[in-house]
Design a protein around this ligand. Structure first.
Ligand SMILES: *[C@@H]1O[C@H](CO)[C@@H](O)[C@H](O)[C@H]1NC(C)=O
Ligand SMILES: *[C@@H]1O[C@H](CO)[C@@H](O)[C@H](O)[C@H]1NC(C)=O
Ligand SMILES: *[C@@H]1O[C@H](CO)[C@@H](O)[C@H](O)[C@H]1NC(C)=O
Ligand SMILES: *[C@@H]1O[C@H](CO)[C@@H](O)[C@H](O)[C@H]1NC(C)=O
Length: 500
């Protein structure tokens, strides 16, 4: 059974109580418990209460402070500042009944970035630590209660709704959706961090997070790989903008081998990919100087081909906390590649090269690699992935190159044709072609590349690189060609608008 299938099985079928919480306890977010008695005197069932732990100090082991609807004194005690931003963090389904370690990281990153904001951890653990379908059923109620809290804050403190930001992870994203739907007025922003898929995929807009739930709804999708017909993270776009890092299905650093080597546990594989959305968001709070961009594209395959790296007409956006508000459009999907660890951002290049086949080397099935030389550093030799297709001959090939480090201004590109031509494919083509002379050694295929056009996603600059020696543009297996900035006009200036 694949790890994805296994984790889904655990998610959907196994009782939460069967899985004992990890030893060691959870010291994150200690706080004065408002007391179960108080909750029950509110007429709420004991297990049904949502608690609001407002963080006051960066030291997360410090006691928090609880907000309670109807209790004005709590607002003062907690130092609630109604004119500042108010951020609610909403956790997801839980087996352990404890906050997971990401909560600590997210809270501290938010408090550092927005020192004046009211950062409130929504604790609906009692309703979320249930069989998955029951926890799903409780998202409605949890959202309703949060809406009640926000309505009370509006009445009591004239809380401006446009400054309210709900951040929900997994099942918590749909709780945020309900809260936004039930609240009086329109919440400023909801961020869905890999919103849960099972029982929400394909559901009508009123029963999941949707663009109607806030003025701006942005979603990060990190674990949409399907197993047994469902995926842990929802696949369909459900926001004004839906960002699918690394295609939204496989996250770098989360391969079975990578994770098992560190954690030795299948659940960790699921956690790695699902939770990646949270870590990308934390990264966007911490690394303001190096923002990661996502680019609008109709699908992951086109993105991987390097076709979509445009920022024109709002086609790109920052990811995570820095995402700029934009209206929902017909295609809300955006893509980017990331590194395996923080800082997750890297550098995208779109490259286009026309591969000439002048010598009828129709048997050529080239495997190209490129190496980029920058002002600061060079990259490794990287496979030119035309994405499951062979390099097109007499055609312009577009491909995406992603570098993990900033190599500075691109100075030089080396294109190499690895290995020899004797792939099974080319041998077979040759046998078919030269049937009567099949034992004759096939001629070495010769192709030619004159220039490579480059567009850097992060800077949106376009350049043209020409063969270093314009007289030598031919390439064969085992050879390489070097391209440098063309002598004149290598920087392609953006087309100017005609002034009328
Ligand atoms: C409340 O927040 C506003 C806006 O962030 C800020 O200008 C003000 O100083 C804060 N008030 C207090 C008492 O911290
Ligand atoms: C959800 O819970 C309510 C009671 O709280 C119950 O009536 C309803 O049948 C539940 N729905 C599902 C799908 O379990
Ligand atoms: C590519 O074009 C050349 C002429 O420029 C032609 O001789 C050759 O047959 C073409 N090859 C393919 C595969 O179309
Ligand atoms: C260039 O990259 C290599 C390999 O990643 C690294 O060891 C080296 O420190 C880098 N050099 C500079 C100047 O950044």
């Amino acid at each position: 059974m694949s790890p994805a299938a296994l984790s889904l099985c655990i998610l959907l079928q196994c009782a939460a109580t069967l899985l004992s919480p990890a030893a060691g306890g959870n010291t994150v977010l200690k706080g004065a418990d408002p007391g179960l008695e108080e909750l029950s005197t509110n007429g709420k069932p004991l297990h049904g209460g949502v608690k609001y732990n407002m963080r006051k100090s960066l030291d997360l082991d410090q006691e928090g402070c609880y907000l309670q609807t109807g209790k004005k004194e709590c607002l003062e005690e907690c130092g609630f500042n109604a004119t500042a931003k108010t951020i609610f963090i909403i956790h997801g389904w839980t087996m352990s009944g404890m906050f997971e370690s990401w909560m600590h990281k997210l809270v501290s990153a938010l408090m550092q970035r927005e020192s004046e904001a009211n950062v409130v951890v929504v604790d609906w653990i009692a309703m979320a630590q249930q069989l998955y379908p029951d926890a799903v059923n409780h998202t409605h109620d949890a959202g309703l209660q949060i809406a009640g809290m926000i309505n009370w804050l509006q009445d009591e403190q004239q809380l401006p709704l446009e400054k309210v930001h709900l951040i929900g992870y997994s099942l918590g994203a749909h709780v945020a959706g309900y809260a936004g739907m039930f609240v009086r007025g329109t919440i400023g922003r909801i961020t869905g961090l890999d919103p849960a898929g099972p029982m929400f995929e394909g559901a009508e807009a009123g029963k999941r997070l949707s663009p109607d739930d806030a003025d701006f709804v942005d979603v990060l999708h990190t674990y949409t790989r399907e197993a047994l017909g469902v995926s842990i993270g929802i696949q369909q776009p459900i926001g004004d903008i839906d960002i699918y890092p690394n295609g939204g299905d496989v996250q770098p650093g989360c391969a079975l081998g990578d994770v098992l080597a560190v954690a030795g546990n299948f659940m960790e594989v699921m956690k790695c990919e699902h939770e990646r959305a949270v870590h990308l968001f934390v990264d966007s709070l911490m690394n303001k100087d190096h923002m990661s961009f996502a680019y609008q594209c109709t699908g992951p395959d086109r993105f991987k081909k390097g076709i979509c790296l445009s920022c024109r007409k709002n086609r790109c956006n920052n990811i995570g906390y820095n995402t700029r508000k934009m209206r929902k459009r017909r295609n809300s999907k955006m893509y980017l590649k990331t590194r395996a660890d923080t800082p997750f951002g890297g550098y995208h290049y779109q490259m286009k090269m026309h591969v000439f086949n002048r010598k009828q080397a129709d048997n050529a099935d080239p495997t190209f690699h490129v190496k980029l030389y920058g002002a600061h550093n060079d990259t490794a030799n990287m496979f030119v992935d035309i994405h499951d297709e062979t390099v097109g001959l007499n055609l312009t090939n577009t491909f995406l190159v992603f570098t993990e480090k900033d190599i500075g201004d691109l100075l030089k590109i080396r294109l190499s044709w690895e290995g020899d031509s004797e792939t099974w494919n080319s041998v077979w083509k040759n046998i078919k072609k030269n049937f009567w002379a099949w034992n004759a050694k096939p001629p070495k295929p010769v192709l030619a590349v004159r220039r490579i056009r480059v567009k850097a996603g992060e800077t949106q600059k376009k350049f043209t690189f020409c063969a270093q020696d314009p007289a030598a543009i031919e390439i064969s297996p085992g050879d390489s060609l070097t391209f440098v900035k063309c002598r004149d006009g290598w920087e392609v200036k953006p087309r100017k608008r005609l002034a009328i």
